[in-house]
Write a protein that binds this ligand. Structure first.
Ligand code: BMA
Length: 367
C-alpha cells in the first residue's frame, strides 16, 4: 500500500484517501478498516439504538443486544429531512437523539455510517420522486437549484461538525450519499439522469464538503444496488480520487425456498466487489442487506454466513427494524428476542470472524 508521509510528526496520509487533510481519527479509521479485512467482518445495523420492532426510544435498548448480549459494531443513521430543517428525520428519528447515539457509539469504539435520502430539490417531494429528469442538472453549478443545494450541504456540514468526541475531536463518519444509483427509484439514479451527471454531482458534493466547508472527518462510501457485472457497477463510479469505500445493497426477497439463489448471487457479487476494491485500492463493504422479517429460522448460518464465506469485506449493515409502519407494512432485518431466527442469530454472532460490539472495540479503530 502506498503511504505518503506528511511533514507533521506522527501524521500519515494514505495516498488513496479522498481527503488528504483527513483528521487523525479519520485516517486511523481508514487504515484500521483496511487492516481489519484480514481479521473479520464488522456487523452493523441501521437505527439500532433508536427503536426496535416492539419499542421506541428506550434508553440502552437494542434488538441486537437483546438477542446476542452485544450492540453491533457499526451504527447506520440517516439524514433525510435535515435539509428541510425538520426536527426528526424521514423515519421519525429526532436529530438531537441521533447525535447522542452517535457520540455514545463512537466513545465505545464503534463505526458510524450515515446515508442521506434527501428530498427531490426540484419538486420538493421525496427522494423517491424521480421526476422531472433534470433534477441532478438543476443542482449543479449554473442550475436553478444550485444555491438551494449548497444550503442543504451547509446543513449537513453543520450536522457533522456538531459530532464531537470527549476530547473535542470530530467524530469520523462514513458518509454514503446517492446510494443505489444504478436503480431508477431515486431522482439521482438510473434513467433519471446520465452517468456523467451523477458523477458530476458526486464530485461536486465531495469537493463542497471537503474544500468549501472544510469537513475533514468523512470517508466516502460509493454504493450501487444489486448488480450483474463489473461494468454495470462502474458505470457511475466517480473515480478513485473521489471514493474511499465501495459497496452494494442487496435484499433477499420472496419465499424461503430460493435461498440457494441468494447465496449464489451474494457470493458472486462479493467476489466482483472484492476484485473492484483490490484493483482500485478501496475498502469493500456490504452497505445494506437483509431479508425482511427474516422468515427463515436458519437464515443467518444457512444462508448469510455461507454467502459471506471467506470473503474479505470490512463491514455489513443490516437495514432498520422499523416494526409495523404507518403504511401497515412490517419491516425488520435482524431478529428481536423471541423472533424465529433469534437463536440462529445468536449462533451467527458467536462466529469468530463476525465482530459485534466487543471485538470491534478491541480493534481500536480510531487509534
Ligand atoms: C427504506 C424503508 C423506508 C425508509 C427508507 C429510508 O428501505 O426502510 O421505510 O423510510 O428506507 O430510511
Amino acid at each position: 500500500m502506498l503511504v505518503i508521509k506528511c511533514c507533521l510528526p506522527g501524521c500519515f496520509v494514505h495516498a488513496q484517501m479522498v481527503d488528504t487533510k483527513a483528521t487523525r481519527e479519520t485516517q486511523h479509521l481508514y487504515k484500521n478498516l483496511q487492516s481489519s479485512l484480514q481479521k473479520g467482518i464488522i456487523f452493523g445495523h441501521q437505527d439500532d439504538m433508536a427503536y426496535g420492532v416492539h419499542w421506541k426510544y428506550q434508553h440502552g435498548r437494542s434488538d441486537i443486544k437483546e438477542v446476542t448480549g452485544e450492540y453491533p459494531g457499526v451504527f447506520g443513521w440517516e439524514l433525510g429531512h435535515l435539509e428541510i430543517d425538520a426536527r426528526v428525520n424521514l423515519d421519525s428519528v429526532p436529530f438531537k437523539k441521533m447525535k447522542q447515539y452517535i457520540c455514545t457509539a463512537y466513545e465505545n469504539g464503534a463505526v458510524i455510517t450515515i446515508s442521506w435520502h434527501l428530498n427531490n430539490p426540484l419538486t420538493g417531494k421525496s427522494a423517491w420522486d424521480p421526476s422531472p429528469a433534470n433534477t441532478v442538472r438543476s443542482i449543479l453549478p449554473g442550475g436553478e437549484k444550485n444555491d438551494l443545494y449548497k444550503s442543504w450541504l451547509d446543513k449537513v456540514a453543520s450536522f457533522f461538525n456538531n459530532l464531537k468526541g470527549k476530547k473535542g475531536e470530530y467524530i469520523p463518519v462514513i458518509f454514503r450519499p446517492y446510494h443505489e444509483l444504478n436503480g431508477s427509484w431515486f431522482w439521482w439514479g438510473g434513467k433519471n439522469c446520465t452517468p456523467q451527471e451523477v458523477i458530476a454531482l458526486w464530485r461536486y458534493t465531495v469537493a463542497y464538503l471537503r474544500d468549501t466547508k472544510n469537513i475533514h472527518q468523512l470517508l466516502y462510501a460509493f454504493n450501487t444496488d444489486r448488480f450483474a457485472t463489473e461494468a454495470e457497477y462502474l458505470e457511475r463510479y466517480p473515480g478513485n480520487e473521489w471514493v474511499d469505500i465501495v459497496g452494494f445493497d442487496i435484499y433477499q426477497k420472496g419465499a424461503i425456498l430460493p435461498n440457494d439463489q441468494f447465496i449464489t448471487e451474494l457470493d458472486k457479487s462479493l467476489t466482483m466487489l472484492e476484485k473492484i476494491a483490490a484493483s482500485k485500492n478501496k475498502i469493500p463493504a456490504l452497505t445494506e442487506f437483509g431479508y425482511n422479517t427474516v422468515p427463515d429460522p436458519g437464515w443467518w448460518t444457512n444462508v448469510f454466513l455461507k454467502a459471506l464465506g471467506q470473503h474479505r469485506i470490512a463491514y455489513v449493515l443490516a437495514w432498520r427494524n422499523a416494526g409495523k409502519k404507518s403504511t401497515g407494512e412490517t419491516e425488520f432485518y435482524v431478529p428481536y428476542k423471541g423472533q424465529q431466527s433469534a437463536d440462529d442469530f445468536k449462533i451467527f454472532s458467536e462466529e469468530k470472524r463476525i465482530f459485534f460490539e466487543h471485538r470491534t472495540k478491541q480493534q481500536k479503530l480510531y487509534q
